[in-house]
Design a protein around this ligand. Sequence first.
Ligand SMILES: [Zn+2]
Length: 188
Amino acid sequence: MDLEKKETIEGMKDEFYRFWSKKIGVPENKLRPFYDKEFDTEPLIDSPFEVPDKMEVFFKYSYGGQSRFFREIIKNKKLYGAKCPQCGKVFCPPRHACPKCYVDTTWIELSGKGTIEAFTVQYYSTSVFIKKVPFIVAYIRLDGTDFLMMAQMEMEDVNKAKPGMRVEAVFRDERHGTINDFYFRIIE
Ligand SMILES: [Zn+2]
């Protein structure tokens, strides 16, 4: 390819990305890897011509049978479990129905206290929690329940965590209906 033609193509490319980036609000460098082939190869004139576009999706997600668990956290700063009326097992995280007895569970208020059964120290994380590393993710058996809940813990010195330690739920001042509305800390 001669230099003049190459410069013309580079100019067309730049113009193409400038235009589409502005039109759909996506940075040029995000678009480039996907559309360069239109310019770098010579596609058949009748082959599909692809241009960038963007789709945004907004939707409502339902907590379904676990709804009350999140409402109790937001409104009352309380943890609730779900009890099977037949076998008596208490689930937390709650379940709408007992997987063994196939009957609906009923809500039961928990103290929010429990015991660490196992834990791991996180040194890496997604961007949501990166400022908190290192932090502890623990399997906690809440008092009055028969299952383990995986939850985030906050403690000054992560090296002090041990299985068997007693913990309690702490509710954040700002609660939005997510599992991060609370965390556990060691009961001193
Ligand atoms: Zn049951």
